[in-house]
Design a protein around this ligand. Sequence first.
Ligand SMILES: CC(C)(COP(=O)(O)OP(=O)(O)OC[C@H]1O[C@@H](n2cnc3c(N)ncnc32)[C@H](O)[C@@H]1OP(=O)(O)O)[C@@H](O)C(=O)NCCC(=O)NCCS
Length: 180
Amino acid sequence: MSGALAAWTVPAQVRTLTGDDHAAFAALGARSTLSSLQSDDTRRSLLSRGLVFGAFVEGTLVGCSAMMFDTPRSYCLRDETVAILPVPNAYLCSTFVLPSARGCGVGTALYKRRLEVLREIERPIVGVEILGTGTPFAVDEHARPGLRFHLAAGFSIGGYSAEPDRGPMLIRKVGVLCRR
Ligand SMILES: CC(C)(COP(=O)(O)OP(=O)(O)OC[C@H]1O[C@@H](n2cnc3c(N)ncnc32)[C@H](O)[C@@H]1OP(=O)(O)O)[C@@H](O)C(=O)NCCC(=O)NCCS
């Protein structure tokens, strides 16, 4: 793969990752800034329990995104009480694109693929956590594209993460129009 990825015009190929992709997924996870992807246990769990999508450029895995189903995910409401994402649900997580491949539409392709799959595997509630900075609702600067994409796709801020990053928990309920 060339080093000048930002100049490349070939669209990334997005497909579901399988157990055969574990080595490439581990290599991407090792370069990720997301704790969920850095953990071997979490990567294996995502591959086996959920759906992980990978974006490939010239055969190299440059990005990934995941979703899980019916996970009773905890998050915090504005008044700091703890809530649970009601089951059945879909929980979207772990989107990461290598810095050298950013700004070329890879992240958007991954985000769109998850929403396409959700049209087939319907769930009444969909949640996505946006990486934060440790202060409730504050968004990590590298996660802003994810915030913008999901707000435009009909998600709204339902609370903030119970994880140490405290980023926003975005929620979309059935019947909310998807504009992306
Ligand atoms: C968030 C992330 C996945 C986006 O991936 P990407 O491949 O750069 O995304 P895209 O190229 O599809 O760009 C998405 C949008 O953000 C914009 N964008 C991309 N990089 C940007 C930057 N550095 N500054 C401002 N806008 C940017 C793009 O112009 C595009 O806007 P548009 O939809 O209006 O055209 C990537 O930045 C990343 O891996 N961040 C670190 C991990 C992370 O925070 N993940 C999200 C956890 S919630």
